[in-house]
Design a protein around this ligand. Structure first.
Ligand code: FES
Length: 160
């Protein structure tokens, strides 16, 4: 149908149409409709990074971090979206970034951890960043336990 939006989440194809309100954000869709609750919410205004997912908007384009609280599901046509559940999980095994963050005590309450992982994962998908680029990327996420040092030390291990 003309008014259907198609996209992929974690390798699965989805279509949405009239059954989903046009006010639904990507974050709401992931959590409420797909029950992917590893993507967190906090500020709901693009400032904290708890809701970051990885998106490739068109095949061949670089992938990027997207604050899913700031995007309506109607904007996601043809996007390839990956969430923390795809990156790593208990059943299939954790991603090297997740293991490193946990091993280096980079999670405290843990609420912001998926967003941090998804931000760094999105960078690493395109290139190996320099240490400076890792530091500069830290503007995208907030840790309210203020445990920035171990997170930074962990992610610098993945820099060039
Ligand atoms: Fe989306 Fe804070 S909940 S940036």
């Amino acid at each position: 149908p003309v008014n259907t939006i198609n996209f992929t989440v974690n390798g699965e194809k989805y279509s949405v149409g009239g059954e989903v309100s046009s006010c639904t954000t990507l974050l709401d869709y992931l959590r409420r409709y797909l029950e992917l609750r590893g993507t967190k919410y906090m500020c709901l205004e693009g400032g904290c990074g708890a809701c970051i997912v990885n998106v490739t908007k068109k095949p061949g384009e670089p992938s990027q971090s997207v604050n899913s609280c700031m995007v309506l599901i109607t904007s996601c046509a043809d996007w390839d979206i990956n969430t923390i559940e795809k990156v790593g999980n208990r059943k299939d095994g954790y991603h090297v970034l997740q293991k490193a963050l946990a091993d280096n005590n980079g999670t405290q309450c843990g609420y912001c951890s998926p967003g941090w992982i998804m931000a760094m994962y999105s960078i690493l998908k395109n290139r190996r960043p320099t240490m400076l680029q890792v530091e500069q990327s830290f503007g995208s996420n907030i840790c309210r336990c203020t445990g920035y040092r171990p997170i930074l030390e962990t992610f610098k291990r993945f820099s060039s």
